[in-house]
Design a protein around this ligand. Structure first.
Ligand code: NBP
Length: 479
């Protein structure tokens, strides 16, 4: 067995297979392996002509076919399968070798695996990969964590196979140590949930309030895609909405069961945000909205509940309303990304990752599901002010929201008046208004907490913690 493969991929389902082909198409010799060996043979039979593959039936053969230090990519189902594969391969590796986990692992698992393998001298590189199977083949957005040393070895290869942004920059960067890559991928997916929910709410308003058909709404999204909302998700939204079911002749969107599923990365984002104390209300509402949609019995039992009388707009009014919805969608999107980047900044601080937020925005410009012209703006905002405390502190974004806010408020007011659920639109506006409010009812909350639990409070006019003797003479004492 010659030892000349520059990289190996084990786990040859859709993602692994396409990633292996991407490496091979870019001139690398790729060792390929799968638990079920027939998949390895199929890959070489079908795509062997695309480049140089070294098929291996056993773990030992696979490891021996790799040049040193070895670069071994795992693309198996996240969770126990990843641990099983590590257990199988780690004993065959040597200090300096690298295991790259490209699955959607939880970053805490990645931190554990990285720590364990470091003791053996093996670099464990938890790597977020976004773009689905097409991205894996033609160029994904890649978010590697792990050591600087491993990135020195892997970086050039990843840059070659990654997507390229419009300015030609590869959509990959060393995100930070241990679990930083998988953390950033997790938040990426959370933001993706929020983007999809906001688009969904815009669609529902255009349908229920403006009275447009799915085909007409597809055209509106196509127009929006020419402007500041230009993005992959808006583009595919138009495609899905204009699609007609071949069997019934009805709009495709009307024959699909309206219960959204999820694989869990959105839920993780919200769980971790709660642990970190970061308000990511847009992502949370998106996760909850999918959950509500799935409660079929609850929805069935609630159909009789009273709502407002509906009023569909006239033609001219509808066109004006569509323009307002675009403003609302854009303003909500700014807030949703503000929250997502806040979560990354907080995670980075908590785990000492030193993540460059501008670079994260830059590598999301191509290849991944949330790729959008908008990300260029975020990159520039962080480049101009690396210490930007919040995207809303960027003058450009603040000005855009200021210009959009009347329409944003009006759209949400209309949604409420007409009984169209817009939880993510409303949550993002509430976040915005909470941040700008001179006073929040949190002062009252503190008073209540002190009343029933003597939890103490701080005063606006002097330092220290205080407690009021609520059950007595209501004198204030220092706590
Ligand atoms: P799947 O997530 O469906 O996993 C299938 C692969 O895992 C097969 O190669 C299977 O081998 C292998 N596997 C399993 Br299951 N248990 C194993 C075990 N105990 N030992 C060894 N191998 C095992 O594949 P996928 O959809 O290609 O995704 C791969 C990874 O990439 C996942 O972590 C996923 O979350 C992530 N990801 C997917 C996407 C996407 O769009 N699909 C996007 C981004 C990231 P077998 O053939 O022998 O059963």
């Amino acid at each position: 067995m010659s030892t000349h493969a520059q990289i190996g991929v084990t786990g040859l389902a859709v993602m692994g297979r396409n990633l292996a082909r991407n490496f091979a198409r870019n001139g690398y010799t790729v060792a390929v392996h799968n638990r079920t060996a027939s998949k390895t043979r199929e890959l070489v039979e079908e795509f062997g002509g695309e480049g140089e593959f070294v098929p291996a039936e056993t773990a030992k053969e696979f490891v021996e076919s790799l040049e040193r230090p070895r670069r071994l990519v795992i693309m198996v189902k996240a969770g126990e399968p990843t641990d099983a594969v590590i257990e199988e391969f780690a004993p065959l590796l040597e200090p300096g070798d690298m295991i790259i986990d490209g699955g959607n692992a939880h970053f805490a698992d990645t931190r554990r695996r990285e720590r364990d393998l470091r003791e053996q001298g093996i670099h464990f590189v938890g790597t977020g990969i976004s773009g689905g199977e097409e991205g894996a083949l033609h160029g994904p957005s890649i978010m590697p964590g792990g050591s600087v040393e491993s990135y020195d070895s892997l970086g050039p290869m990843l840059e070659k196979i990654s997507a390229k942004a419009d300015d030609g920059a590869p959509c990959v960067t060393h995100v930070g140590p241990d679990g930083a890559g998988h953390f950033v991928k997790m938040v990426h997916n959370g933001i993706e949930y929020a983007d999809m929910q906001l688009i969904g709410e815009a669609y529902q308003l255009l349908r229920d309030v403006a009275g447009y058909s799915p085909a007409e709404i597809a055209d509106i999204f196509r127009t929006w895609n020419q402007g500041r909302l230009d993005s992959y998700l808006i583009e595919i939204t138009a495609e899905v909405l204009s699609h007609v079911d071949a069997e019934t002749g009805k709009p495709f969107v009307d024959v699909v069961v309206d219960q959204a599923e999820q694989k869990g990365t959105g839920r993780w984002t919200v769980q971790i945000a709660l642990d970190l104390g970061v308000p990511v209300s847009a992502i949370a509402e998106a996760v909850f909205a999918r959950s509500v949609s799935g409660h079929a019995e609850l929805r069935e039992a609630s159909r009789h509940l009273a709502g407002p009388s509906a009023r569909t707009l006239g033609k001219e009014e509808a066109a004006a309303f569509a323009d307002q919805v675009e403003q609302a969608l854009y303003a909500s999107k700014i807030v949703s990304y503000t929250q997502g980047f806040h979560q990354i900044a907080t995670g980075s601080e908590e785990y000492d990752w030193d993540i460059d937020l501008g670079k994260v925005a830059a590598i999301w410009r191509g290849g991944c599901i949330i790729r959008a012209a908008f990300l260029d703006r975020i990159t520039r905002a962080y480049e101009a002010q690396p210490g930007l405390p919040s995207l809303l502190a960027d003058e450009g974004f603040a000005d855009e929201i200021a210009a959009a806010q009347d329409d944003w408020r009006s759209v949400i007011a209309t949604a409420v008046a007409q009984g169209v659920p817009t939880p993510a639109f409303a949550a993002t506006l509430a976040y915005y208004d909470s941040l700008r409010a001179p006073r929040l009812p949190a002062a009252l909350t503190q008073g209540q907490r002190d009343y029933f639990g003597a939890h103490t409070y701080h005063r606006t006019d002097r330092d220290g913690a205080f407690h009021t003797l609520w059950g007595g003479d209501r004198a204030e004492v220092s706590a």
